[in-house]
Design a protein around this ligand. Structure first.
Ligand SMILES: Cc1ncc(COP(=O)(O)O)c(C=O)c1O
Length: 446
């Protein structure tokens, strides 16, 4: 058995062992399984099985413990919640040590940029630390509209609306726009926030195989007629794989089936295109061909929050009615202002995007040359190295960290076990020397 399989088997065996006592306890007579099996006359409270009343019996907590204990036995440190001591860019400080960093989506190096930082400091001094209300009822500040107008201008659409969280943007937008008579049809690799939004909406949800427009077309041919509104959801750059959708084909399909098309540009805006303006620029399509452009401020825009950009009716509807906007506090000015400055710098300094493209391509080529499996990555900011087992990915991340390189392992269930990987986020500030050093270290560790 090779080392990779050996590790996997040891982890699985430990996981199975851990599960047995829990199963046995659940079946024990002292812990009734259902209200029906409770002794007659017992009160409702005493009849509830303990596993429904204890947080430490929750399946999520059990899963975390299993993972931790498995990692402990193999002498691996927990790869999650690593504490960075300062700004995280191409390098970072973790545990008092400088590391080459591939785990942050500071793609254009704008978090930590002095002008971006100053914009936040000035906004904080001027507006205070909170806008202290929902924007609808007195939380509105000029910086909000400045940011939204700049995003709309970058997309060449009517308007945009900024939410306090990227995740909440998707949850609220899908949750509000669609209902039980509607259909959300989405790429199988879509982000959790979109799935949660679709669930909240009560719409029927169908997924199509990743990046397969023909499959989408066939599904729409079969199902379109049964629904009122239909929303097709794809991403601009898939964050686990670094690949892109064939946007013109998706536009053609959504038109023929009279559906809306939503593109989540969390990882593509600020990355793709000569001016980093995203998937629209990458394919040279008119902005209005996509009905809903979504993006986040948390990646290239060096801040926090999400936006929806599109036609006036869409943006106005969300601004007045989307629950995550209406019933939530407005974005603090010191968060909005840095993203506005980052957006301006991104457009004034296209050399940042050029450097990001060049270093990402270099990483991809060098990784392939060394025989690593980079999947379908196009070599733009996100490059996975697929290692095929969660324990191996965890071990490689640990070994690289020991050698001063910080890269996140992506483990099952985030991806299927056979495609467990290390995921490298590139920044325009990475150097060729850092890439060579990293890939050499990875070669030595495998
Ligand atoms: C595709 C996609 N959409 C939405 C989000 C949520 O954005 P945020 O982390 O800014 O809340 C993420 C997060 O990384 C993402 O990858």
């Amino acid at each position: 058995m090779n080392q990779r399989n050996d590790l996997k088997h040891r982890l699985l065996a430990q996981a199975r062992k851990r599960q047995r006592p829990r199963d046995a306890a659940a079946a024990s007579p002292s812990m009734p399984e259902s209200p029906e099996s409770a002794p007659p006359g017992a009160g409702a409270v005493s009849r509830v099985p303990e596993r429904f009343t204890r947080f430490d019996a929750h399946p999520g907590y059990q899963q975390i413990r299993m993972l931790r204990e498995g990692a402990d036995r193999l002498g691996l440190t927990d790869p999650f919640f690593k504490v960075h001591d300062g700004n995280a860019g191409a390098t970072s400080r973790i545990d008092g040590r400088e590391v080459i960093n591939f785990a942050s989506y500071n793609y254009l190096g704008l978090s930590g940029n002095p002008r971006v930082t100053r914009a936040g400091q000035e906004a904080l001094a001027h507006y205070g630390s909170s806008v202290s209300a929902s924007r609808v009822v007195s939380g509105e500040r000029p910086i909000h509209r400045e940011l939204e107008r700049a995003i709309a201008a970058a997309y060449r659409v009517d308007d945009a609306v900024a939410f306090v969280s990227g995740h909440a943007t998707n949850v609220s937008t899908l949750g509000y726009l669609l209902g039980p008579r509607d259909l959300v049809i989405h790429d199988a690799y879509i982000h959790n926030s979109l799935l949660v939004g679709a669930q909240l909406s009560g719409a029927k949800r169908i997924s199509f195989p990743h990046n397969d427009p023909a499959a989408l077309d066939a599904l729409l041919t079969r199902h379109r007629g049964q629904f009122e509104r239909v929303l097709v959801v794809i991403e601009g750059l898939y964050s686990m794989d670094g690949d892109v959708p064939d946007l013109p084909r998706f536009i053609d399909i959504k038109r023929r089936h009279q559906a809306w098309l939503m593109v989540d540009e969390a990882h593509s805006f600020g990355v793709l295109g000569d001016h980093a303006l995203g998937l629209r620029e990458y394919f040279g399509v008119p902005a209005e061909d996509v009905d809903i452009w979504m993006g986040t401020m948390s990646k290239s825009l060096a801040g926090c929050g999400g936006y929806i950009a599109g036609c006036t009716a869409l943006v106005e509807t969300l601004r007045y009615l989307a629950p995550g906007f209406l019933y939530s506090v407005g974005m603090p000015a010191q968060v909005a202002a840095p993203s506005l400055t980052a957006l301006q710098l991104m457009q004034q300094e296209p050399e940042r995007a050029r450097a990001l493209h060049a270093i990402s391509r270099y990483f991809l080529e060098q990784a392939r040359e060394r025989g690593f499996d980079t999947g379908d990555s196009i070599g733009a900011a996100v490059v996975p190295i697929i290692v095929g087992s969660s324990p191996l990915a965890a071990r490689l991340s640990h070994d690289l960290f020991e050698r001063g390189i910080n890269v996140q392992p992506i483990l099952h269930p985030a991806v299927p076990e056979k495609s467990a990987r290390l995921r490298f986020f590139l920044s325009c500030e990475h150097t060729r020397e850092q890439i060579d050093q990293t890939l050499d270290a990875l070669t030595a560790a495998t």
